[in-house]
Design a protein around this ligand. Structure first.
Ligand SMILES: [Zn+2]
Length: 142
């Protein structure tokens, strides 16, 4: 993973994730979003759109199973904290080569390590390795 993010950027990302975790006694990303006074909207979205963030609201596709909704919520919180300077259009980016997607996914991993226990970050050499892994975790249940 060293090839992808600088040591400083990775440290910053971890620090921000742990600052957020300190706001709640629970690492459930829905509670963390509440602690930031954000709104969560589980709603009907176009099939392949899993979620997005707009101002202080996180929108999550209601056709995802609960596990996937939590990952998406943690991912969107990552964008909120790490990528405030980017506009919503850029955040719709689902390109598996996207570094912003990689960072948001890494943020989700810091928030919910128990959900990512099967991945060894030392084996991540390319942005797409991790992004595809996350992509494969997300399931539409309905
Ligand atoms: Zn994203």
């Amino acid at each position: 993973m060293r090839e992808i993010l600088t040591e400083d950027r990775y440290k910053f990302l971890k620090r921000e994730a742990h600052k957020l975790l300190n706001l709640s006694s629970n690492n459930n990303p829905f509670y963390l979003a509440k602690a930031l006074k954000m709104n969560i909207n589980i709603c009907s979205l176009k099939d392949e759109l899993k979620g997005f963030i707009l101002d202080n609201s996180i929108y999550i596709n209601d056709k995802l199973d609960l596990y996937s909704q939590k990952i998406i919520c943690a991912h969107e919180l990552g964008h909120y904290i790490l990528h405030r300077n980017l506009n919503a259009f850029e955040l719709f980016d689902t390109d598996t080569e996207s570094i912003t997607e990689f960072e948001a996914n890494l943020f989700a991993k810091e928030i919910m390590p128990q959900m990512f226990s099967r991945i060894d970050m030392n084996e991540i050499k390319y942005v797409s390795d991790f992004n595809k892994f996350i992509e494969n975790q997300i399931r539409f249940s309905k």
